[in-house]
Design a protein around this ligand. Structure first.
Ligand SMILES: Cc1cc2nc3c(=O)[nH]c(=O)nc-3n(C[C@H](O)[C@H](O)[C@H](O)COP(=O)(O)O)c2cc1C
Length: 323
C-alpha cells in the first residue's frame, strides 16, 4: 500500500460503512477507512462470503449481526480500524480480516469515555510501552501493512517524541488528527503541530483536521508538508469533496448514497444515522425530510423517500432471481 500523495476518507463510527466508502472512492478518495471496530467484538466474528449481496461479511456468531462488510471492489483501498488495548487480542482480531483489506489501523485518538475507560483510543497515547507492544506484535505477525492514528499530545515536543517511537515499530504510515484529546471539533486543528511531526519522520504522515473544500487538500499539504490528507466531516457532509471537478449537489450525493445502501443492503441504523448527520449540517431534522428519515424503518422506506423505489425493486428482483 502506497501512502504518498493520497486523499483519504477518515474512520467514522456508524458512518464509515461500505456505501459511504464506495461513494467516497467513486468521487476520488484513494484510501477509505472503515469505522472503528472494537477487538472484543471482532474476535467473536467469522468470515462469510455473502453470495446474496456479493460481499464479504464478518458476522458476530450467535448474534448473527454483520459487524464489518466489504467487497472485492475496495480490497486494495479499504483500511480496517481496530479499537484495542491489548496486543494479543488486536492480533487475533486483525488475523480474521487482514486478507480482505489493504491495511490495519489502530485507533489511538478516540476521546470518548467508552474508549478511554476500556484503555483504548486516546488512552493509549499515555502508554508508549503498550503502543509499542501492540504495533510490533501486529507488524511481526501480519503481512498486511499496519498504521495508527493519533491526536496531539500536550506539547509539540511530546507528540514528536511519541511519533518517533511509533515510527520505530515499522508502521507504514501515521495519521495525525491535529487536535488534543480535550479539544472539541469546533476548535481549529493545529496544522503547525502536524508540520513538526512531518519534519521529524521519514514515514508518510497523513494530515487530518479541518478540510472542508477540495482546495483545503492543498492548503493543509502546504502548511504541514504532508503529502497525504485525511478528511472526516467534510466527506460526511458531501462525499464529493474528493472530486477535483468540484462538489456535486448534496441532493445528488444523498441519492447516490441511498442507492449504494440499497445495493449493499446496508444496516438501516447506520444508513439513517449517516443521512441524519448529512441533513443536520445543511438544514434541520425538524423539517419534513429529517422527520421522514427518523420515522423510516427499513431501506424500502428510505428508497421511497428519495425517489429510488424503482431502483430498490430492481435490485431486490435481481437478487431473488440469482438466488
Ligand atoms: C461522525 C464521526 C465519527 C468518527 N469516528 C471515528 C472513528 O471511528 N475512529 C477514529 O479514529 N476517528 C473517528 N472520528 C474522528 C475523525 O476520523 C477525524 O479525526 C476528526 O473528525 C477530524 O477530522 P475532520 O476535521 O476532517 O472532521 C470520527 C469523527 C466523526 C465526525
Amino acid at each position: 500500500m502506497d501512502y504518498e500523495n493520497k486523499l483519504v476518507l477518515a474512520p467514522m463510527v456508524r458512518v464509515g460503512t461500505l456505501p459511504l466508502r464506495l461513494l467516497a472512492a467513486q468521487y476520488g478518495a484513494d484510501i477509505t477507512y472503515g469505522e472503528e471496530i472494537i477487538d472484543h467484538k471482532f474476535v467473536k466474528c467469522e468470515r462469510r462470503v455473502n453470495e446474496h449481496i456479493g460481499s464479504t461479511d464478518f458476522v458476530e456468531k450467535g448474534a448473527e449481526s454483520v459487524v464489518f462488510r466489504t467487497c472485492n471492489q475496495e480490497r486494495n483501498q479499504v483500511v480496517f480500524q481496530l479499537g484495542t488495548s491489548n496486543a494479543v487480542r488486536a492480533l487475533t482480531a486483525a488475523q480474521i480480516v487482514c486478507k480482505d483489506v489493504a491495511a490495519i489501523d489502530i485507533n489511538m485518538g478516540c476521546p470518548r469515555s467508552f474508549s478511554i475507560s476500556g484503555g483504548m483510543g486516546a488512552a493509549l497515547l499515555t502508554k508508549p510501552e503498550l503502543i509499542h507492544d501492540i504495533l510490533t506484535t501486529l507488524r511481526r505477525n501480519l503481512v498486511t501493512p499496519v498504521t495508527c492514528k493519533i491526536r496531539l499530545l500536550k506539547s509539540s515536543q511530546d507528540t514528536v517524541e511519541l511519533a518517533r517511537r511509533i515510527e520505530k515499530t515499522g508502521v507504514s504510515a501515521l495519521a495525525v488528527h491535529g487536535r488534543r484529546v480535550a479539544d472539541r471539533p469546533r476548535d481549529p486543528a493545529k496544522w503547525s503541530e502536524i508540520a513538526d511531526i512531518v519534519a521529524a519522520l521519514s514515514i508518510p504522515v497523513i494530515a487530518n483536521g479541518d478540510v472542508f473544500e477540495y482546495d483545503d487538500f492543498q492548503h493543509i499539504k502546504d502548511a504541514t508538508g504532508a503529502s497525504s490528507v485525511m478528511v472526516a466531516r467534510g466527506a460526511l457532509w458531501n462525499a464529493s469533496i474528493f472530486s477535483p471537478e468540484g462538489k456535486v449537489p448534496w441532493d445528488d450525493v444523498k441519492r447516490e448514497y441511498i442507492r449504494k445502501s440499497i445495493l449493499w443492503d446496508n444496516d438501516i441504523k447506520s444508513t439513517k444515522h449517516t443521512l441524519k448527520e448529512m441533513i443536520m449540517h445543511y438544514s434541520s431534522l425538524e423539517l419534513p425530510e429529517g422527520k421522514a428519515v427518523i420515522k423510516s424503518e427499513c431501506l424500502a422506506d428510505l428508497a421511497q423517500l428519495y425517489g429510488e423505489d424503482k431502483y430498490y425493486q430492481i435490485v431486490n428482483a435481481k437478487r431473488f432471481l440469482v438466488n
